[in-house]
Write a protein that binds this ligand. Structure first.
Ligand SMILES: O=C(O)/C=C\C=C/C(=O)O
Ligand SMILES: [Fe+2]
Ligand SMILES: [Fe+3]
Length: 306
């Protein structure tokens, strides 16, 4: 069957079959997706068994709540960001901190602190390297933004996230830091380890068939927001990680890999009240002023809340 015949068939099923008011946007997207799927079935000669095994895969991935992991794993979350970047560039926005993907593991409701927060609950202190990270949130005018919200979340030494990993304390490694009068944020935590897709999960099952690993470099997630500014969703990667530029979620970007310095000076250890050398990362966030010329950066998606 040729593509024109397929389009006619699909139109008859999805559009012409409507005998009551329909949602035109849903009709438009469903007609396109069903049409593209039918063309793929035709062109690739996808068998009925392959078709049904694909659907049962999606059923299993849904049951395992891993579709939020499959999307970045297939590059789709990165693709949405590429389009958002293009729209902002078209609106003349440039020079801000690069965005990158949110990922599926944000949890709303983390404790809020002003200026400084300690993220880790201390349970991994014997094995973890202490991390101090600090910086300033700037507006598009280059001025510091007091009262900005820096939401931060990252994995523990096992690459797991509190809330999803029930063995961790509530909101471990998750905080909302409100910048101080100088627009500064700072936190103490532990250096995270990279994340890996659950080895026997549905995402890794597909990645195996694609001959791909499911690893993310060690990274720290951020939402940075302030009244009158465009919300920034981004991450930083921990420099030196073996997967730094080999991220299964394709989220690594230039400008999001700040240098990690190792502090060993005893006076500085005392000042930070730590008794071992620690890692330090300086990183500023540059936000855009809100503008109607670019689509809203606010993304509605299912998110966990505790
Ligand atoms: O580490 C996680 O949060 C899970 C993996 C997926 C994407 C991402 O990280 O952005
Ligand atoms: Fe992540
Ligand atoms: Fe992560």
């Amino acid at each position: 069957m040729n593509h024109a015949d397929i389009d006619t068939l699909v139109k008859s099923w999805i559009v012409d079959a409507a005998d009551r008011p329909a949602n035109p946007r849903v009709q438009q997207i469903v007609q396109r997706l069903v049409g593209d799927l039918c063309k793929a079935i035709e062109d690739l000669d996808i068998s009925q068994s392959e078709f049904w095994s694909g659907l049962s895969y999606l059923t299993e991935a849904g049951k395992a709540n891993e579709l939020g992991l499959l999307a970045p794993g297939l590059g789709l979350e990165r693709f949405l960001d590429i389009r958002a970047d293009e729209a902002e560039a078209k609106a003349g926005l440039e020079g801000g901190t690069p965005r990158t993907i949110e990922g599926p593991l944000y949890v709303a409701g983390a404790p809020e602190c002003t200026g400084f927060a300690r993220l880790d609950d201390g349970t991994e202190s014997d094995r973890a390297e202490v991390l101090f990270m600090q910086g300033t949130v700037y507006g598009q005018d280059g001025k510091p933004v007091p009262g900005a919200k820096v939401e931060v979340w990252h994995a523990n030494l096992m690459g797991n996230y509190s809330f999803f990993d029930k063995s961790q304390s509530d909101f471990n490694l998750r905080r909302t830091i409100v910048t101080d009068e100088n627009g500064r944020y700072a936190f103490r935590s532990i250096l995270p380890k990279g994340y890996g897709c659950p080895p026997d999960g549905t995402t890794q099952q597909l990645l195996d068939l694609l001959g791909r690993h499911g690893q993310r470099p060690a990274h720290i997630h951020f939402f940075v927001s302030a009244p009158g500014h465009r919300k920034l969703t981004t991450q930083i990667n921990i420099d030196g990680d073996e997967y730094l530029w080999d991220d299964f979620a394709f989220a690594s970007r230039e400008g999001l890999v700040p240098p990690v310095t190792r502090v060993t000076d005893p006076a500085e250890l005392d000042a930070k009240r730590v008794n071992a050398p620690f890692a330090s990362i300086d990183f500023d966030f540059r936000l855009y002023r809100e503008t109607a010329a670019a689509p809203s950066p606010l993304v509605e998606r299912a998110r966990a809340a505790a």
